[in-house]
Write a protein that binds this ligand. Structure first.
Ligand code: S3P
Length: 441
């Protein structure tokens, strides 16, 4: 057991020649975990959550609601939340720290603008540089009162308000975080809140709101929700995170011929499965088995067998459906025969790091021909060398380069990997269980 990422400077040292085989279950879905705490906290009654992601991001959401007086017991295999209703939250004694989590900050903002007390939201260096005007602007249109830094970044101060006004809002970008923030604020607004999406994004908020007895109408790209609805406690089973499974879908694909890996109980909500579609277009061998419904979310086992990958032009329609999986998809592209082209993905520049730049820099260090563009990247597949790459504290960059080591010709050292804890506690142990050769320095 060496998987305790406590040293903020921790590096991953990845030895070439491993593989990914066997059967594993990756940790719980991060998006669903955040939402499970938020909705059960503002519901009436006691909810039980299983499969919750015990990662720093979702734990920050949990700590925030505890700081606002919600009785939440973290029993590890189960979370018990005694909901306080829409208006039962209490003023926290200090600012709420969202750490590295954009989802926590943007979704909580939607709830906090409906409260009668003031709150301050802070985050780490990465989060403090990420754009918040995308949520602040629609919330101001709902009559919320929020202060931010001059460039629309955290810290954010939310001023207590007695009532919000519903809006009809066209999202300027395909963002589930912005959509969810507005819908949550809509619970506190007079009238019907309407959000229109430019492209489908993950719909966990809408599904879970319905699970809590709330009426949410979805008609194509338009989502409608009436204010002042009561949420009723609900038990939630969080599936394994397809965004974490993605590292192993690529690892299994680039493993030596004959390798097979099974990923169990993975959430396959159609708004999240772009990674499977893209890998299949590249020639990956992925089978979906035992598909079932778990609490309103589709779940299945995924079986991935090693395959020869080819470069493709990634369809832009798949970009929002695989937005978190591009770091590891770039590794797949680097292993594929021919060129892979990504366009329409400018959102990658405002994630935990500028994922286009940081991945391109790392790939170039490893000898891969990668050309960043304004809204995407061109990657020429070929061999991957060794070297020292920077993750810039971005969990998904760190894990993506770990996967690359399977086919690398020399050791890959990845710097600043502590934030892997935000989404995938236990990554190193699980990766080694499958046959990868990753250790912490
Ligand atoms: C998330 C939505 C996505 C994703 C993030 C989680 C969510 O962000 O990148 O990791 O849980 O709603 P955007 O909606 O801003 O693209």
């Amino acid at each position: 057991m060496n998987d305790i990422l406590s040293n903020s400077q921790c590096c991953f040292v990845c030895t070439p020649g491993g593989l990914a085989s066997g059967s594993i279950r990756v940790p719980g879905d991060k998006s669903i975990s955040h939402r499970s705490i938020i909705l059960s906290s503002i519901a009436e009654g006691t909810s039980h959550i299983s499969g919750f992601l015990q990662g720093e991001d979702s734990l920050n959401t949990m700590r925030s609601f505890q700081a606002m007086g919600v009785d939440i017991k973290n029993l590890n295999d189960q979370i018990v939340v005694k909901g306080v209703g829409l208006y039962g939250l209490k003023p926290p004694v200090s600012s709420l720290d969202m750490g590295n989590s954009g989802t926590a900050m943007r979704l909580l903002l939607g709830v906090l603008v409906g409260q009668s007390f003031d709150t301050t939201l802070v985050g780490d260096d990465s989060l403090s540089g990420r754009p918040m005007n995308r949520v602040i602007n629609p919330l101001l249109a709902m009559q919320a009162k929020i202060d931010s830094d001059i460039d629309g970044t955290a810290p954010l101060i939310v001023y207590g308000k007695s009532a919000l006004t519903a809006i009809d809002y066209y999202l300027p970008m395909a963002s589930a975080q912005v959509k969810s923030c507005i819908l949550l604020a809509g619970l506190y607004a007079k009238g019907e809140t309407v959000v229109t999406e430019p492209a489908p994004t993950r719909d966990h908020t809408e599904r879970m709101l319905r699970g809590f007895g709330c009426q949410v109408e979805t008609n194509g790209a338009v989502i409608k929700l009436r204010g002042d609805q009561t949420l009723l406690a609900n038990d939630i089973e969080v599936p394994a995170d397809i965004s974490s499974a993605a590292f192993f879908l690529v690892a299994g694909s680039i493993s030596p011929p004959g390798t097979e890996l099974k990923l169990t109980h993975v959430g396959i909500n159609p708004t999240r499965t772009g990674v499977i579609d893209i890998l299949k277009l590249m020639g990956a061998d992925i089978t979906i088995t035992n598909q079932r419904d778990v609490g309103g979310e589709p779940v299945a086992n995924l079986i991935v067998r090693s395959a020869k990958l080819k470069g493709i032009v990634i369809p832009e329609a798949l970009v929002p459906l695989s937005i978190d999986e591009f770091p590891v998809l770039f590794i797949a592209a680097a292993c594929a025969e021919g060129q892979t082209t990504l366009t329409g993905a400018e959102e990658l520049r405002v994630k935990e790091s500028d994922r286009i730049k940081v991945m391109a820099d790392g790939l170039l260090t490893l000898g891969v021909n990668a050309v960043p563009t304004l809204d995407g990247i061109l990657i020429q597949g070929g061999s991957i060398g060794g070297g020292e790459v920077e993750s810039h504290g971005d969990h998904r960059i760190a894990m993506a380069f770990s996967v690359a080591s399977i086919v690398a010709t020399d050791t890959i050292t990845i710097n600043n990997c502590v934030n892997v804890n935000t989404s995938f506690p236990g990554f190193i142990d699980l990766a080694n269980d499958t046959g990868m050769k990753v250790r912490i320095l």
